[in-house]
Design a protein. Structure first.
Length: 326
């Protein structure tokens, strides 16, 4: 275990949340690494200080002020409340067991939700068709209903047909597509990483160190490029969970801005986006496709900065493999 693997485990080790195997590997690393050992000791000191801090219960004066601020309850309301509480405390009467009604064999198989909806709407349509229809003996010669019943029946039939069509449209499952949900996941991932202070799993500006780190942790090999010459310095990478799968995140720094670049394979991905740029909750996003991958960049920098990153990365990926490896 090296420092890049040990650092993310220190918090869990302080709270005793590691498995026996992970705890043993971390202990062996701490025995040989003074820097990680100092950080572990600092975390343990903070944990001990937090647990040893005194507990201050709320004073009785605070409770008295809260009770005094509540609206006054008159005697009548208090009597009604006591009577309601007494009724509620009475045991509920035992109702007789319902009789079991045998149903025909044709109804033994429960209907699907769509069939039940169509049946219910059909009953509504029959109600509308029969509403205001004159009852009694028809006129001589089997004359049709009066002029008032005919337009009502036509309107009822149209409403019933419209309701059936709407129900079928609503009940048809829709395929998942890339949209606001994926954008929300990306922004939430970026913000969560910045707030946690563990936005990098492998700390390195060397692409030949970051790229092999993903081996064995993902089922694909993300391209890793250092764009420091273009103003975008590679600072490391991490794993994250976006769009129901583990993805690689390359972390770049542009001046004082952190840019998370999410890389996932394009093949078999139903959320492959068209090249676009947008904003969400004050964060800029850019998406594109290159080198068989889907790329999403998220940052608090200006959208124009992400466009520059896109151009620099695309230019780098279009170079021959031998030139990119240098």
């Amino acid at each position: 275990m090296d420092c890049n693997e040990a650092r993310p485990l220190l918090d869990a080790a302080t709270d005793r949340e590691l498995s026996a195997a992970e705890a043993l590997r971390l202990e062996q690393h701490l025995a040989t690494c003074a820097a990680c050992r100092r950080e572990a000791q600092a975390l343990q000191a903070v944990s001990r200080a937090t647990r040893a801090a005194p507990y201050f219960p709320a004073p009785d004066a605070l409770r008295a002020r809260i009770v005094a601020a509540l609206p006054a309850v008159d005697a009548k309301d208090e009597r009604e409340r006591d009577a309601s509480a007494a009724v509620d405390s009475q045991p509920a009467p035992i109702s007789p067991r319902p009789r079991t009604v045998e149903t025909p064999a044709t109804d033994t198989v429960p209907k699907q939700p769509r069939e039940r909806a169509v049946d219910s709407i059909g009953k509504v349509g029959k109600f509308w068709l029969g509403w205001r229809t004159p009852r009694g003996t028809p006129a001589a010669g089997g004359a049709p209903a009066t002029a008032l019943g005919r337009p009502v029946a036509i309107v009822g039939a149209a409403l019933a047909a419209l309701a059936v069509t709407a129900s079928l449209v609503l009940l048809v499952p829709r395929p998942y597509s890339a949209g606001s949900s994926l954008v929300d996941d990306l922004v939430a991932s970026h913000v969560r990483a910045q707030l946690s202070g563990h936005d990098i799993d492998v700390v390195s500006s060397d692409q030949h160190t970051v790229k092999p780190w993903f081996n064995g942790r993902l089922d694909y090999a993300p391209p890793v490029e250092d764009l420091a010459a273009k103003g975008f310095a590679l600072t490391g990478g991490r794993l994250d969970y976006v769009d129901h799968r583990r993805v690689a995140v390359l972390v770049y720094r542009y001046r004082k801005h952190v840019i998370d670049v999410y890389v996932m394979p394009e093949q078999g991905n139903s959320t492959a986006p068209a090249p676009s740029a947008s904003t969400s909750d004050g964060y800029a996003l850019a998406s594109w496709r290159a080198d068989g991958m889907i790329w999403w960049a998220v940052s608090d920098a200006e959208p124009a900065v992400l466009a520059q990153l896109h151009a620099a990365l695309t230019e780098r990926l279009e170079r021959p493999s031998a030139e990119r490896a240098q």
